[in-house]
Design a protein around this ligand. Structure first.
Ligand code: MRU
Length: 349
């Protein structure tokens, strides 16, 4: 386990999250007692990363029956549906958010209840299950990923996909961490990941704690390192994978994938099955979140652009499936053709 935690349910009926806006300089845990508070934490990126957002949404729903014990079961279910609508709107791109909400609502709709306590226990149990499964799934995909990581590998990683983006281990960074824990001598180039600097702030913070050798690089430097011949592979996570294998991930992923392709560097995407959205046929249909202009005009409190500078700030981009060498999932390594092989992943469900 990591020495910190990303998100945790508190026995008194509240959710605690490490405030990722303050890392790496301050380690502060915020407590949320309402789904509105959790929704705000997701929107403001106190918590971020697709799997972590899913778990936060699940706990956000679990707060509803904890605060409505005098209501009838029908009233609580209506409040759960309203809270799910609100939580769903917190951020649009990561499908894990919707996936977790629907998993809980489906369960509630399939049961009948004689008391509010029964709903409370069911929703909390399911939210806890989603959180526990996240760690197990990440460990499973991390183990499958080992066959793609040679000893002495030099790896480029984008954004933060580690424990901070999940309950523990994470996806792409989980693969890297397990390689290190398994004795491989690896080195990571960490894209700083403008504009929110998830790489420079969060991935660097995690790698220092795990003792994994790395350098933070400007996003625009990754092409240089690949062209110089010193990079063995790139590995990233995803916020949503379309049925054809197109990937929505942190802005800059597309650039990285194209340059990796140009330099014949393998490009891997590590995802839990919950990030694969079979209802979306291809990437251009994925909604890309537009974030506030201040993320571009300012670094921290420091304004770097002239006053009134027009800004475009898409938080994610789409990497076409043809640039992806393989997906690493908890069910194994998936190679092209993706439409067929991703669909097969769900056949036994
Ligand atoms: O805007 P963020 O920080 O939530 O974006 C996170 C990413 O793009 C991650 O790569 C993705 O969610 C996968 S995390 C395991």
């Amino acid at each position: 386990m990591s020495d910190f935690f990303t998100i945790r349910w508190l026995v008194e009926g509240a959710v605690s999250m490490i405030d990722q806006r303050l890392l790496p300089h301050q380690v502060v845990y915020n407590t949320y007692q309402t789904p509105e508070g959790v929704s705000g934490a997701i929107r403001d990126m106190v918590i971020r990363g697709a799997p972590a957002i899913g778990v936060a949404a699940a706990y956000g729903l679990a707060l509803v029956p904890c605060r409505s014990e005098s209501d009838t079961p029908e009233e609580i279910i209506r409040k759960l549906e309203d809270a799910a609508d609100m939580l769903r709107r917190s951020r649009p791109t990561a499908v894990n958010l919707v996936w977790a909400l629907e998993r809980i609502l489906d369960l509630v709709h399939r049961r009948s209840f004689s008391s509010p306590i029964e709903i409370r226990d069911l929703v909390l149990e399911e939210a806890n299950r989603i959180a526990e499964e996240d760690v197990a799934v990440n460990l499973a995909l991390g183990k499958f990923g080992q066959e793609l990581i040679p000893d002495r590998a030099v790896i480029i990683h984008h954004c933060n996909t580690g424990s901070l983006a999940a309950v523990d281990y994470g996806t792409a960074l989980g693969v890297i961490r397990l390689a290190h824990e398994g004795g491989k001598d690896i080195f990571v180039y960490v894209d700083e990941t403008r504009p929110r600097l998830q790489g420079g702030r969060l991935t660097a913070w995690e790698l220092l704690q795990y003792g994994i050798p790395f350098q933070v690089i400007a996003d625009s430097a990754s092409g240089h390192f690949m062209q110089s011949g010193g990079v063995d592979l790139c590995i990233v996570g995803a916020d949503r994978v379309a049925a054809n294998g197109d990937v929505a991930n942190k802005i800059g992923t597309y650039n990285l994938a194209v340059v990796a392709h140009e330099n014949e560097v393998p490009f891997y995407v590590a995802v839990p099955k919950s990030t694969i959205d079979r209802s979306i046929p291809s990437g251009e249909l994925i909604v890309i979140e537009e974030r506030p202009p201040e993320e571009i005009t300012h670094v921290g409190d420091w304004q770097i652009t002239p006053e009134n500078t027009p800004v475009g700030n898409p938080a994610f981009d789409i990497t076409p499936a043809r640039y992806i060498t393989a997906f690493i999932t908890e069910a194994g390594i998936i190679k092209p053709p993706y439409s067929e092989h991703l669909a097969k992943l769900f056949q036994e469900d």
